[in-house]
Design a protein around this ligand. Structure first.
Ligand code: NAG
Ligand code: NAG
Ligand code: NAG
Ligand code: NAG
Ligand code: NAG
Length: 368
């Protein structure tokens, strides 16, 4: 610990260094208090290996070719935005709840599972189940704590933890996949928001008080949606994305924002932070050249070439599907999920606090 502290602050003026050393000496609890504990609920955007562990599946290469240089169950060439958040918070990557080997839950748990929605679909880990898993985890931790085993997260740790939710994309995608009309899709949104509210309040009623809720990105800009659904939903927006899908994402986001305003005024001893992922991702698409991105609507790992490089049943990981050589010039890794390069930018925007309402940085929320 002292080596790390000494190293990190070695450039500070002497008086500041002494203050820090003094604080560390007189108040060791401050060190523990400063460590962020994060519990995440979500889908593939934040799944660090849950689906593969939970269903005993294998996500083969080229996923994981960046950074990890092995397959990790992340739908990405490398790190997800949540990994970059952990790096920014100086905590270890979150282990998936369902991963029985080699997991470390001392700074939180990732309950996110790819393919999930707020309601049960083909994947048996919907949002409500993920929250029940959290409650199970909390009970087990309490049981094991006196024996000095388990995650060793204290009651105070659970109370001060940040609970993040990244859900909605699959809920909105599902009716579009069934060729529902735009107005039919919109009608499903209130029920989705109500399930998200139930999930948040279930954690709140079990002692959570710091919540970070991500809105959903521009679904109509995914190469997969553009390649497969443009025949039916032909209207494109200013950047060549499917207008109906993006309008539905925006309608969901408006509803989520209103919901969180209500929760903030009703539950004044808790904080519910809304993070505008749509604005972050839409900016990457609209201003792609600024970020060194060649074609923001084309998958790196896919088949068929421009404009989207996405063909049904010839997707990333299948035989004879070649990834691009430089994924840092792409936003989309496989037609659905972002590249590590995009995730890095997305995470730095989240950490900036500029896309948050109320404008609280995650780093601050952790410490508060
Ligand atoms: C957790 O424990 C409480 C009793 O302390 C029990 O009522 C609750 O059902 C348990 N929840 C889970 C998910 O195990
Ligand atoms: C949706 O429409 C497309 C194109 O008309 C068709 O190929 C597909 O089978 C339809 N899907 C469903 C679920 O009805
Ligand atoms: C918030 O306030 C409610 C009602 O006063 C109380 O029941 C609950 O325990 C408080 N929660 C926290 C995390 O302090
Ligand atoms: C999407 O929203 C824009 C702006 O409100 C509107 O002009 C357009 O007609 C909508 N398109 C669809 C398909 O919903
Ligand atoms: C593109 O960048 C400009 C300049 O930073 C910004 O004003 C604009 O909102 C961005 N476009 C989108 C769609 O985010």
């Amino acid at each position: 610990m002292s080596v790390e502290v000494g190293g990190r602050f070695k450039c500070l003026p002497r008086f500041q260094l002494e203050t820090i050393v003094l604080v560390l000496l007189i108040s060791p609890s401050l060190i523990n208090g400063a460590k962020c504990i994060l519990f995440n609920f979500g889908d593939s955007n934040s799944d660090t290996g849950g689906l593969m562990a939970g269903l005993g599946l294998y996500l083969g290469p080229p996923a994981g070719r960046q950074f990890f240089h092995r397959t990790t169950g992340r739908f990405c060439d490398g790190r997800l935005y949540i990994d970059f958040l952990c790096e920014g918070l100086k905590i270890k990557f979150l282990s998936p709840y369902l991963e029985s080997s080699g997991s470390d839950y001392t700074n939180g748990v990732n309950f996110a599972v790819a393919g999930t929605a707020t309601e049960a679909n083909v994947i048996p880990f919907p949002l409500s189940t993920q929250v029940l898993q959290f409650l199970h985890f909390k009970n087990r931790t309490r049981e094991l704590f006196p024996q000095g085993s388990g995650s060793m997260i204290s009651e105070k740790g659970f109370q001060n933890a940040v609970y993040s939710f990244d859900m909605g994309q699959n809920d909105i995608a599902t009716p579009f996949n069934a060729n529902s009309s735009y107005s039919q899709v919109i009608k499903t949104i209130p029920a989705v928001l109500s399930r998200i509210k139930d999930a948040i309040l279930n954690v709140y009623n079990n002692g959570g008080k710091k919540f970070l809720i991500y809105n959903t990105g521009p679904l109509g800009c995914l190469p997969q949606k553009l390649a497969l659904q443009q025949q039916i939903y032909s209207e494109l927006d200013a950047y060549g994305c499917l207008a109906a899908h993006n309008n539905a994402s925006k309608a969901f986001n408006t509803g989520l924002s209103v919901l969180l305003d209500q929760l903030n005024s009703q539950y004044t001893n808790a904080t519910f932070v809304y993070v505008d992922i749509f604005r972050i991702k839409y900016d990457l698409i609209a201003n792609n050249t600024k970020y060194g991105i060649d074609n923001p609507l084309m998958a790196c790992c896919g088949f068929g070439g421009p404009p989207y490089n996405y063909v049904f049943r010839k997707t990333c990981g299948e035989p004879n599907v070649q990834p691009c050589s430089d994924a840092s010039r792409y936003l989309s890794w496989d037609g659905v999920h972002n590249t590590e390069a995009a995730n890095s930018i997305i995470a730095s925007r989240i950490l900036s606090g500029k896309y948050s309402k109320p404008p609280i940085k995650l780093q601050t929320l952790c410490k508060a």
